[in-house]
Design a protein around this ligand. Structure first.
Ligand SMILES: Cc1cc2nc3c(=O)[nH]c(=O)nc-3n(C[C@H](O)[C@H](O)[C@H](O)COP(=O)(O)OP(=O)(O)OC[C@H]3O[C@@H](n4cnc5c(N)ncnc54)[C@H](O)[C@@H]3O)c2cc1C
Length: 393
């Protein structure tokens, strides 16, 4: 039986562990946290991410936990339109999903076959007994394949592609879900989702359904994400929330109401950065097997196109597809093919993501030229990112 060690239990690691186990591999999943926790808040999944879930056989029940987010236009802080809702030409809209719902689906997808080891922080990656291996300083885990799904600051990537570094994109970002029982009553004319841009600042929100009415999910509420120029804030969450309320004071409804209804414990601040340059290869032969990079470990990028998780799912669907039929003695060609398919795709989306960030977070005098933003430029960035031909490219 072929063996794999998957490092990291985020979107990429959980789905990779499940996919390999379902394909008959013996899988060990290592996570540094003391248990497998869902990421905080919610995620937007574009059609490419949903297609990848389908390819992985994980799309059953998605309708019950996902809420569509059709184009709703973009406003200025005073509520006037920068981009009218009808101006957008995107095809199938993305969906928004509570991360706890997605996590439950991924845990169910692990089945009984995955050996989950929480509380293991990988510190090293090197060949051991002619096989790729990782270690936490006490125990060495070796396998035919090591999947590095350990996020933007991946220890394994630092070992395999030392010149790629995760650098700040110059923004700080916060996300929160206001649970359904605390959602403020919003004026009837306020749309269930929307986006607003100010001088370098951005606020977007989307409803996850009321009172758990989003199909089978009991995790309704309103998800929002705010992005501002500058470094992450060192204050405790309550201080960060006070700052956000000040920065977005006077923005059109429902921004103020949503921030007022948010509690410090809902808030999660996350670094926004980009991996540059992308690693030369996402698949590295080692001994009789090899390492692969998936998700943010391979291609972390700013969140302006909301593509990070969808790309991680594409990675895993592609990895699964190239590994089916390969033998442990012959993993080399599969790793090469994985890298060929995934690196070109990640490069393309990260370029689009950079373009979108430049448009969406313009500052100073440039911000006023947003009035002349051609919505087609943003649509194109979204469309290029959301198009994906499937695991075989
Ligand atoms: C503000 C913001 C909004 C976003 N919104 C969206 C969105 O709407 N849609 C979307 O698709 N994407 C979005 N993203 C991006 C998305 O969150 C990430 O791309 C995605 O979560 C990456 O998943 P991952 O599994 O690769 O990495 P991670 O989620 O970072 O998971 C890595 C896992 O590895 C573990 N780990 C790390 N180091 C080690 C180690 N040494 N040993 C063992 N375990 C380790 C970590 O504890 C973690 O569990 C957003 C990002 C930000 C910052």
């Amino acid at each position: 039986m072929r063996t794999a060690v998957v490092v990291g239990a985020g979107v990429g690691g959980l789905t990779a562990a499940g996919a390999l186990a379902r394909a008959g591999w013996k899988v060990t999943l290592l996570e540094r946290d003391d248990r497998l926790r869902p990421g905080r808040a919610a995620l937007v999944l574009w059609p490419n991410g949903v297609r990848a879930l389908q390819a992985l056989g994980l799309s059953g029940g998605l309708d019950g936990i996902c809420t569509p987010v059709p184009p709703a236009g973009i406003r200025r802080p005073d509520g006037t339109w920068l981009v009218q809702p009808g101006a957008s030409q995107i095809g199938s809209p993305p969906v928004v999903v509570h991360r706890e719902d997605l996590h439950d689906a991924f845990i169910a997808g692990l089945g009984e076959q995955v050996d989950v080891r929480a509380g293991i922080e990988v510190q090293s990656a090197r060949v051991h007994r002619d096989r790729p291996a990782v270690g936490d300083g006490r125990v060495t885990f070796e396998a035919d394949l090591v999947v590095a799904a350990d996020g933007p600051n991946s220890v394994i990537r630092r070992r395999l592609a030392a010149s790629s570094t995760f650098a700040s994109a110059g923004f700080a970002a916060w996300r929160a879900v206001i649970p359904w029982y605390r959602v403020p009553e919003l004026p009837r004319e306020v749309a269930p989702h929307g986006e607003a841009l100010g001088d370098g600042q951005r606020f977007a929100y989307a409803s996850l359904g009321e009172r758990g009415s989003s199909g089978g999910s009991t995790r309704g509420g309103i998800y929002w994400v705010a992005t501002v120029p500058g470094a992450p804030r060192p204050e405790p969450a309550a201080g960060q929330l006070a700052l956000l309320r000040r920065w977005f004071a006077d923005w059109h409804a429902p921004v103020g109401q949503l921030l007022a209804a948010t509690e410090a414990e809902d808030l999660v601040q996350e670094p926004v950065g980009e991996l540059t340059p992308l690693p030369e290869t996402f698949g590295v032969p080692a001994g009789r097997g090899g390492y692969v990079l998936v998700g943010d470990a391979a291609h972390a990028m700013p969140h302006h196109l909301a593509q990070g998780a969808s790309l991680a799912l594409e990675d895993v669907a592609t990895l699964h597809s190239v590994l089916v039929g390969s033998t442990s003695a012959g993993l080399g060609p599969a790793l090469q093919e994985y890298s060929r398919l995934r690196r070109a795709r990640a490069l393309r989306v990260s370029q689009q993501s950079r373009k979108a960030a430049a448009v969406l977070q313009r500052r100073g005098r440039l911000a006023s030229s947003l009035a002349r933003v051609n919505p087609r430029a943003l649509d194109r960035a979204a469309a290029v990112s959301a198009e994906w031909a499937g695991p075989t490219g």
